[in-house]
Design a protein around this ligand. Structure first.
Ligand SMILES: C[S@@+](CC[C@H](N)C(=O)[O-])C[C@H]1O[C@@H](n2cnc3c(N)ncnc32)[C@H](O)[C@@H]1O
Length: 298
């Protein structure tokens, strides 16, 4: 266990492989939202690059927060550009009982789902807003988060047998883990620029698409294109020079390797690969094992 892991009254496994093999412990907090790109499957391998000791833990691309919930760092700053997501974490941290009571009022029914999906989120108070987000995440197709050009959530109804909308076994542990944690709705660059000597930044950005062209100009993925990937790489060099530690994963493509080539000239920055399951692909031929690059310093 890292020296920074918080002594909360939550029993947890130290590594993801253990977590996966051991019978589920009801009190271990798990991500309370399903999030595309969630890192649960890679945690065991990534743990090798998490420093034993650090001051603050900063996570600029929070999503479902798999790494945070697995490590439970003592001092954490968690951020994401998605305000709905950060609102949801804030409500679970500060108003757990009210969020759970509100979740109990929701039900798994197709017409009802579309009704709730159509509610104007910004008109709702924080607790109702957060409960709506969790409800849509648990009952929408594949737990996807997708908005249209007007910013309205547009994921269709999902088919499940009796989905758990209010997870009273898991939410209290998540809320407890979030006590004292600073949550920010911000762009990643401000977070990385805030990292100081002794801090650790864990980064799981939207990946460079596997089919990105090698000239690295022609793609965007969820609004995160070449310019953002370059901005991210440059911010990491600055953080490295200030003495912050970081760990980042990305798709293993020629574009990614080209993107990080300059960083590898910096003494102390290195690159490795991990094996990941590619499970979000409708094309059966493209499922299976893929490599991902891991960029880190030490
Ligand atoms: C791959 S997901 C992170 C998954 C997460 N590690 C998990 O375990 O679920 C990437 C996240 O980056 C966020 N994001 C996209 N662009 C961003 C930006 N410019 N600044 C900060 N966060 C951003 C998205 O909202 C999304 O939640």
């Amino acid at each position: 266990m890292s020296a920074n892991s918080r002594a909360v009254s939550i029993v947890r496994a130290d590594t993801a492989p253990l977590l996966r093999r051991a019978p589920a412990r009801r009190s271990s907090p798990r991500p309370f939202l399903k999030w595309v790109g969630g890192k649960s499957q890679l945690l065991g391998q990534l743990a090798a690059w998490v420093p034993e000791d650090y001051n603050r833990y900063l996570e600029p691309f929070l999503g479902g927060g798999a790494m945070f919930f697995s490590h439970l760092p003592e001092q954490a700053v968690l951020a994401d550009a998605n305000d709905e997501l950060i609102d949801c974490y804030t409500a679970v941290r500060d108003h757990l009982d009210e969020v759970m009571d509100e979740l109990e009022r929701h039900r798994y029914e197709k017409d009802y789902y579309y009704d709730v999906r159509g509610w104007e989120r910004t008109d709702l108070p924080l607790i109702e807003r957060a409960a709506r987000t969790i409800f849509l995440n648990k009952t929408g197709f594949n737990g996807l988060y997708r908005v249209n050009s007007k910013g309205l959530f547009n994921v269709p109804f999902g088919r499940y047998s009796n989905p758990t909308i209010c997870d009273r076994d898991n939410l209290p542990g998540c809320s407890e883990a979030l006590q004292g944690v600073e949550l920010r709705h911000t762009d990643f660059e401000a977070m990385i620029d805030d990292a100081d000597e002794g801090d650790f930044v864990y980064l799981d950005p939207p990946y460079v698409p596997l089919n990105a062209t090698a000239n690295f100009t022609a793609y965007t993925a969820g609004g995160f294109g070449p310019e953002e990937q370059r901005r991210l790489a440059q911010a990491l060099v600055r953080a490295h020079r200030r003495g912050a530690r970081f760990l980042l994963s990305n798709a293993d493509t020629p574009v990614t390797r080209e993107l990080y080539a300059d960083l590898l000239d910096e003494p102390g920055i290195d690159l490795d690969i991990v094996l990941a399951r590619r499970n979000v692909n409708s094309n059966a031929k493209r499922r299976g094992r893929v490599t991902e690059v891991v960029l880190f310093n030490g």
